[in-house]
Design a protein around this ligand. Sequence first.
Ligand SMILES: Nc1ncnc2c1ncn2[C@@H]1O[C@H](COP(=O)(O)OP(=O)(O)OP(=O)(O)O)[C@@H](O)[C@H]1O
Ligand SMILES: [Mg+2]
Length: 359
Amino acid sequence: MAQPRLEVRNLVRRFEGRAVVDDVSLTIEPGNVTCLLGPSGCGKSTTLRMIAGVDMQDSGSIHVDGTLVCDTVFRIPPERRAIGLMFQDFALFPHLSVGENVAFGLKGAGSAKKARATELLDRVGLGHFIDEYPHQLSGGEQQRVALARALAPRPRIMLMDEPFSGLDNRLRDGIRDETLAVLKEEGASVLLVTHEPEEAMRMADEIALMRGGKIVQRGAPYNIYNAPADKAAVAFFSDINALRGKVQGALAQTPFGPFLAPGVPDGEEVDIVFRPQHVGIDFDRGGRGPNPTQMAGTPARGVVERARFMGSESLVEFRMDFDGGMIKATVPNVFLPKPGTPLWLTVRRDRCFVFPAKD
Ligand SMILES: Nc1ncnc2c1ncn2[C@@H]1O[C@H](COP(=O)(O)OP(=O)(O)OP(=O)(O)O)[C@@H](O)[C@H]1O
Ligand SMILES: [Mg+2]
């Protein structure tokens, strides 16, 4: 099998005795984009800084194409790691022209440097700005110049720390797609840090989900979204609903009917977790709902507390008869029942996640 482009083994970084990065292992295949995704403060930037070589791990090692780059005794300096960096505050040099900014990290003859700078600026659609200065460019244009600058020396690995967070929302989607296309074309292997699930899903071949200094799950976006490791992993990607149930004979009984809880011992509690888009809504028929089905289980009654129009969908919140708790449902059109309306809810069995209850 081919060597991974980047391999990080058991990386640990402590600050004041606290492990901020706590035994992180990662691999990135050549040409792939991996997103390190997690909430603020979980250790993403610290991980990236160690790979870049601007911070030093307490233990663990980093390898590029099978060659040791850094462990606790041996260390190749950052400038010799063939790693490109692009951080949130990708300051361009204000006193250098756009072309000089892009050529800055290149070695060799002036004409070759200029040719490479021109090639990359053309690629990001900014060839005509080569002799302008950074202050003459918009934020989005500056971001593209910074990308061209980071890619110019043909790094084997690109490390990007929230590179789009400074951009206007309307610009961001286009620039993300464009950036991804350029990265793929240049064949760079990318580790991109973000705390936004939508960004990770849009960019990543693989997502590494990080929490409290640890990687809790790795996989393709589809797998992470549809087979999350735990309740917090579901909640990181969307709003959630959760029910508690006690297990008897590998089944958890709930007001929505029984749910399979294979391998969970009798008497233990589980959380049944489902997303608002997997809640079905049906009308009240004189105090009765629809009949139970294999797919949708048993209906349970709730009363509309709030209904909001969200553009492409509506969000309806229900106070449930069975325990007075709330359940959220989203429906893909304009459906705005009045508060106080009784309706019946069902839950798509195949879209529920059952996890051992933790608290
Ligand atoms: N030099 C340092 N000294 C002490 N604590 C630090 C240092 N650098 C980072 N930390 C702490 O380590 C934790 C992780 O920081 P890090 O910057 O890696 O988080 P992050 O996942 O990048 O968060 P964000 O999404 O907000 O950028 C934080 O609690 C931070 O306060
Ligand atoms: Mg950070």
